[in-house]
Design a binder for this molecule. Structure first.
Ligand code: GRF
Length: 188
């Protein structure tokens, strides 16, 4: 079994979708050790509890530095034997400590066709752009914001009569197919 940890900061629908795939046997050989979140009271925690996945809540503000926060996470990750980190809506730049330990073994999904629309509200940026297509990208994580090596992208239309919510839903639905597929291909 390859052990992965999933990091999320908010809703956690991609987290839930990945766990569902694992629990249904669609991601053979992969075990999700825990959800790691940097925020208390967020929806992903509820989802993890329903799925019987352990949760680690660690808020950077409770540590003296980013490095001590990440060193604490590294201890937890090492205790659980985590080999890969999968970011799914983790709203924080990964620091040197985690990167040094997991570079090349850390994935992220970003809701745009990178290198377009990095950073916050990528779907809003695409919606406002006048583009007729957008999508989502799975990439390796490096020290930049959404800059790591691209592994795979999937695209969808932006329709002229879309609301931003329509587009968000279309991109999310595409991610529920894209991320498990890339995880199965890359994490071996
Ligand atoms: C996803 O759209 C992902 O691409 C981005 O953050 C969003 C997380 O959504 N990095 P959710 O928390 O999985 O619902």
């Amino acid at each position: 079994m390859i052990k992965i940890a999933i990091f999320a900061s908010g809703s956690g629908s991609n987290f839930e979708n990945i766990v569902n795939h694992v629990q249904k046997g669609d991601l053979l050989g992969i075990e999700v050790t825990a959800l790691y979140t940097d925020k208390a009271g967020v929806k992903c925690i509820e989802r993890a509890e329903k799925l019987n996945i352990p949760v680690h809540i660690n808020q950077p503000k409770d540590f003296i530095s980013k490095s001590s926060y990440e060193q604490h996470l590294l201890k937890l990750l090492s205790n659980e034997g985590v080999q890969w980190i999968v970011l799914a809506g983790y709203m924080r730049l990964v620091g040197e400590d985690l990167l040094h330990a997991y570079e090349g073994r850390m994935l992220n999904i970003h809701p745009s066709l990178l290198p377009k629309y990095k950073g916050l509200d990528a779907i809003g940026q695409a919606f406002e752009s006048g583009d007729s297509v957008t999508g989502s990208t799975v990439h390796y994580v490096d020290s930049g914001m959404d800059t790591g090596e691209i592994i795979e992208q999937q695209q969808c239309d932006i329709r002229t009569d879309d609301t931003k919510e329509d587009l968000e839903e279309r991109v999310k639905n595409l991610e529920y197919e894209l991320y498990p597929r890339v995880i199965a291909k890359i994490i071996k």
